[in-house]
Design a protein around this ligand. Structure first.
Ligand SMILES: [Zn+2]
Length: 295
């Protein structure tokens, strides 16, 4: 496990909002706040199939705004092309390239392109055990699922409770394979193995009635299989305002020498780390610290 290393983070830099790509800029700024990720990008070998990772490394190393803009544009186009190949929907891909899209969707698409680099895949891969049991015949079975996808925060329970062990709703038609009864199966998901980077997505359109959403804790404690807890910290949050017809994304994030609000090409330094309750996406990174017992 790679710990958070501030010296491996870039300096703060803004990104032009060409083609309404604030959603993409905000995502890149969030990911580039993860030192294990920026360190790994710097070491990616030059292979054709690693194009997305190489463009990200170029973004990190770009020494003038024109080059920076070119690499971000190329990466945005590469992700749009991937969306086209994946969905066979040219219209959707064109819309993606015109902007006003969703940062969380862009993350999933970008991860598809980055997962071919094993060292990058490892940084995001978590394992969850899906445990099913039947309340009628008491039989139980489980599978382990591995992916780099997002953690989706569904309700107002504290984040810790929502990711470590939670109940997941099953389709009412779900049938127990032992007793063949419909609707008696329940499912519990347990987090078994965590990566360096955890990308958590909350509900996007929070109504005023829901503003009792829990403040994401600055530090998250994940019990380790070897005993004790691993400590994670927030390195970036992506905020969103707007509605289904459009909106705007920006990022609060950590850089080599402090915390910033990065809103496309506007970069504002903060006096201290800021955590927002209203963030759409919160990114946690492993700190390297372990506690001998859970707090
Ligand atoms: Zn049963």
């Amino acid at each position: 496990m790679q710990e958070l290393l501030l010296t491996a983070l870039p300096d703060a830099f803004g990104l032009e909002n060409t083609n309404n790509r604030c959603f993409f800029n905000a995502l890149l700024q969030g990911l580039l706040s993860c030192s294990s990720f920026t360190k790994t990008l710097a070491e990616v070998p030059s292979k054709k199939e690693y194009a997305a990772a190489i463009l990200l490394a170029n973004i990190l190393n770009a020494d003038d705004p024109a080059k920076l803009n070119k690499y971000v544009h190329q990466l945005h186009a590469l992700v749009a092309h991937h969306l086209y190949k994946k969905s066979d929907d040219r219209h959707r891909a064109t819309m993606f390239l015109r902007g006003q899209q969703c940062s969380a969707e862009a993350y999933t698409l970008l991860m598809d392109l980055l997962e071919v680099v094993p060292a990058i895949k490892n940084l995001f891969t978590h394992r969850k055990q899906h445990i099913y049991y039947c309340t009628k015949c008491d039989s139980a079975w489980s599978i382990v699922v591995e992916n780099t996808n997002v953690f989706i925060l569904e309700d107002n329970a504290p984040i810790q409770e929502q990711i470590i062990r939670y109940r997941e709703k099953l389709d009412a038609d779900c049938t127990c394979s032992k007793c063949n009864t419909k609707g008696t199966t329940e499912k519990i998901v347990k987090l078994k193995q965590v990566p360096e980077i955890m990308f958590m997505v909350s509900k996007k359109y929070v109504s005023p009635a829901e503003t009792n959403a829990h403040m994401p804790p600055k530090e998250l404690f994940i019990r380790s299989a070897h005993g004790g807890s691993m400590v994670y910290t927030i390195v970036a949050q992506i905020l969103h305002k707007g509605n289904l017809d459009g909106g705007h994304y920006w990022t609060i994030c950590q850089r080599r020498n402090g915390w910033y609000v990065i809103n496309d090409d506007a970069v504002t330094a903060l006096n201290e780390p800021a955590v927002s309750k209203m963030a759409y996406i919160t990114i946690y990174h492993y700190t390297g610290r372990r506690l001998s017992s859970s707090p």
